[in-house]
Design a binder for this molecule. Sequence first.
Ligand SMILES: [Zn+2]
Ligand SMILES: [Zn+2]
Length: 261
Amino acid sequence: MRICSFASGSSGNCYYIGTEKTNILIDAGISGKRIIEGLKEKVGISGKELDGIFVTHEHIDHIQSLGVLARRFKTPLYATRGTWEGMKNKLGRVDSDLCNTLHSKGSLEMGDINIEWFPTSHDANEPVGFLLENENKYVGLATDTGMINKRMVNALFNIDALFLEANHDEKMLLSGSYPTYLKKRIRSSKGHLSNVAAGQALLELVNVKTKSVFLAHLSQENNLPSLALKTVKDILNEHKIDCTFDLQVAPRSQASTCIKI
Ligand SMILES: [Zn+2]
Ligand SMILES: [Zn+2]
């Protein structure tokens, strides 16, 4: 599989996961133009070749160009019932036969990729994370979640690559300029994952197969890429986990390198 982040953070999220046969996006929270450029430059495909866009939740940084892409390329969209409810009136007109509902605890096959979804913990209607599999290689994605619980650990089984939220540094958030209600929201179990929480989650998630981890959805205000990497590495070192996998930050406003797993 090939994976790439086109953008990651509160100003927009979009991730590509695909094979020679199947091309999938998770979220479309940046402009359609940037997504089309990313597909062309990083993956070498056109928008027409997209097989589906899976949506984690209805916040605008995840759905900005969903309607545009569906109209232009007739790309099927996949979201939970709650997410569809939350996206009502936000996408413009989309053909109903492009709108597919992900029922709870499910999986589906698209081309040669198997996709599973699982609930995340976030202040949205029915947010989910994803696990995609092709030829026994697994790629997971868990962003916009206030915590990683046992169920999510179990769902993110046997990963070869992972996009994991490392949203904020606790100290930067607490001493930063955000109003109290927003700090509280971000820190809650339905908010966003801190660097420390991401590091602790990785202790349970990485295994000998894991080749690549992207720290994702970093806050511009309350985090720094170098700090997120250091915090996570320190936690892994403390627990004597050999960081043999590639650990990098998914850039906020540009595409990451496209990697093969
Ligand atoms: Zn978000
Ligand atoms: Zn969100």
